[in-house]
Design a protein around this ligand. Structure first.
Ligand code: FCB
Length: 458
C-alpha cells in the first residue's frame, strides 16, 4: 500500500512528522517518577467519565520506551516529532516562584526525562516540535479553579519560562496550548473532558483564560529564551467545518454559531485580539470583568499557527433551544471508528479560510490529522493492513496540496498519531496510530500506513 504522492510534490522545505501527547502515551506516573497528579488522573478514575474506567497510568509506557519510539520515527523517514511536555511531571504542583524560591517546585527527574527525549530526537535528526500544554493540568491548580481562575495564566507563564530556559535552545518549535476549544468548551460546557463541568459560566471563563494563558505564555517564552535560541513560537488550534444539516434558518444559525464558537473565537482572539460579537453578546453575563483589557496581551505576534483537523460537523438547529441549540446530526459520508465523517475538502476550506481572513503570510502547519480504526494485527503474517487509513492520509495530503496551490503558506504536516494511545474519554478502544500498540505486551507493530509514509519519505 503506497501513497500516489511524492515528497517533492510538497517542495523542499516541507516537514513531515508524527504527533503524540504526554498523557496519552507516557505512563510513568508512579511515585518513583515524582510526577504530580493532574486533573485527568482523577477525572479518569471517576466512574462514568471514560469508557471502561481506563486511565493513562501505563498508556504506551513511552516514559521507558521512548528510544524505541524515536527509532520508529527515524525509520519512517520523518523530519520532525510533535510531543508535549507534561506540566505535572516538570512542576508537580503546577507552581513555581522563580529561581530564588522555587527550586523545590521543580521535579529534577521530569526535567531530565525531557532532556533525554529532546537529545534523543536531535541524535536521530528529528526536529523537536513541542507543545507546552496538552491537557494535563496539575491538580493543585485544578483545586483553585483551574481554567476558570484567571491566575492560571500566570502559573502557565511561569511554567513556560522554565521550558524556555531549559529546552529553548534545542527546540525547533514550541506551541503554548493544544486545542483551546477542547480545554474550554469540551471540558467546561459539554463535560466530556477533564474537569467535566457542564456550566456556561465556567466555560466562558475558561474560553478567555486559556487564551490569556497563551498570550502570557508567549511573552514568557520569548523573555526567557537564551540569546541564541530561536524556536518558532505558536499556538495549535482545532477546526471543524460547520455546515447546516438542513435547509432551514435554524440549521444555518446553528452552523454559524458553532463556527463562531469553535473556529473563530480562538484564532480571532490570538491573531486579531477580537472575539466574534455573536458569542460575546450571547455569553456577556459570564465574561470575566475587564476582559477587553486582556485582548492586547492575548494577541501576541506568532511565528506559526498549528491546525488540527479531523472532520466536519453538520448542525441541526432545534427551535426554541436557545443559544445552546448546538446539536449535530450524523452526515452521509464514510465514517471512522469514532463516527467522524471523512471530509478532506474541509481541510482545504479551513486552510484557505484561515489564510484569507486571519493569518495571511503567517506559516501554517497541519499539526494533527488522522483517523481511528479498530486495527488488528493479522495472525497470519503479523501485519496491520489499514487501507482506510492510507486512503484517509492520502486524501488529506492532497487537500493540503490543493490549499498550497491556492497560496496557503503551509510548511508541514504531522500525522496523528505515531502510536495507538489513550484516546481520552474514549479510552484505549479507538486506534489512531501509524504504529499498532499491544497494550498487554507493549509490542509496537508498524501498520501499512506507516509503510506508506516510509515509502514516500525515503
Ligand atoms: C485531538 C487531540 C489529540 C487526539 C486527537 C484524536 O483533539 O489533540 O490529543 O486525541 O484529537
Amino acid at each position: 500500500m503506497k501513497f500516489n504522492l511524492a515528497k517533492s510534490d510538497f517542495g523542499h522545505d516541507f516537514l513531515f512528522g508524527a504527533a503524540t501527547a504526554a498523557y496519552q502515551i507516557e505512563g510513568g506516573q508512579g511515585p518513583e517518577t515524582r510526577r504530580g497528579s493532574c486533573h485527568w488522573d482523577t477525572f479518569a478514575a471517576t466512574r462514568g467519565n471514560v469508557v471502561g474506567l481506563e486511565t493513562g497510568v501505563t498508556a504506551c509506557d513511552h516514559y521507558n520506551r521512548w528510544p524505541e519510539d524515536l527509532d520508529l520515527l527515524k525509520a519512517g523517514g520523518f523530519d520532525a516529532y510533535r510531543f508535549s511536555f507534561a506540566w505535572p511531571r516538570i512542576m508537580p504542583t503546577g507552581k513555581y516562584g522563580g529561581k530564588r524560591n522555587g527550586k523545590d517546585a521543580l521535579n529534577q527527574m521530569g526535567l531530565d526525562f525531557y532532556d533525554r527525549l529532546i537529545d534523543g530526537m536531535l541524535e536521530r535528526g528529528l526536529k523537536p516540535f513541542a507543545t507546552a500544554y496538552h491537557w494535563d493540568l496539575p491538580s493543585v491548580l485544578a483545586d483553585e479553579g483551574g481554567w476558570m481562575n484567571a491566575s492560571v495564566a500566570d502559573r502557565f507563564a511561569d511554567y513556560c519560562a522554565v521550558l524556555a530556559e531549559r529546552y529553548g535552545d534545542r527546540l525547533a518549535s514550541i506551541a503554548t496550548i493544544n486545542e483551546p476549544w477542547c480545554v474550554a468548551w469540551l471540558s467546561h460546557a459539554m463535560g466530556v473532558h477533564a474537569p467535566g463541568h457542564r456550566d456556561l459560566r465556567a466555560a466562558t471563563r475558561a474560553m478567555h483564560h486559556v487564551l490569556l494563558a497563551h498570550g502570557k505564555g508567549v511573552q514568557a517564552l520569548r523573555a526567557h529564551l537564551s540569546p541564541g535560541a530561536r524556536p518558532d513560537v505558536g499556538l495549535v488550534l482545532n477546526y471543524e467545518k460547520a455546515e447546516p444539516a438542513f435547509d432551514t434558518d435554524a440549521a444555518r444559525h446553528a452552523a454559524a454559531t458553532w463556527h463562531a464558537l469553535y473556529n473563530q473565537w480562538y484564532v480571532g482572539g490570538a491573531i486579531q485580539g477580537r472575539y466574534p460579537t455573536m458569542i460575546t453578546e450571547a455569553l456577556a453575563e459570564f465574561m470575566p470583568e475587564g476582559w477587553q483589557d486582556d485582548m492586547s496581551t492575548i494577541a501576541q505576534p506568532l511565528d506559526f499557527l498549528g491546525v488540527n483537523y479531523y472532520t466536519r460537523v453538520r448542525m441541526a438547529g432545534l427551535p426554541d433551544a436557545g443559544f445552546l441549540a448546538l446539536e449535530s446530526v450524523p452526515g452521509p459520508l464514510d465514517k471512522t471508528q469514532l463516527g467522524w465523517e471523512v471530509y478532506p475538502q474541509g481541510l482545504t476550506d479551513i486552510l484557505t479560510w484561515l489564510q484569507r481572513d486571519y493569518t495571511g503570510n503567517l506559516p501554517l502547519y497541519v499539526t494533527e490529522n488522522g483517523m481511528a480504526w479498530a486495527d488488528t494485527v493479522s495472525g497470519r503474517d503479523g501485519a496491520v493492513q489499514d487501507q482506510q487509513r492510507v486512503d484517509y492520509f492520502e486524501s488529506h495530503l492532497r487537500a493540503c496540496l490543493e490549499a498550497m496551490a491556492q497560496g496557503v503558506p503551509l510548511k508541514g504536516y504531522f500525522a496523528w498519531s505515531l502510536l495507538d494511545n489513550y484516546e481520552w474519554a474514549e479510552g484505549y478502544g479507538p486506534r489512531f496510530g501509524l504504529v499498532h500498540v499491544d497494550y498487554e505486551t507493549q509490542v509496537r507493530t508498524p501498520k501499512a500506513s506507516f509503510g506508506a509514509f516510509q515509502a514516500m519519505l525515503a
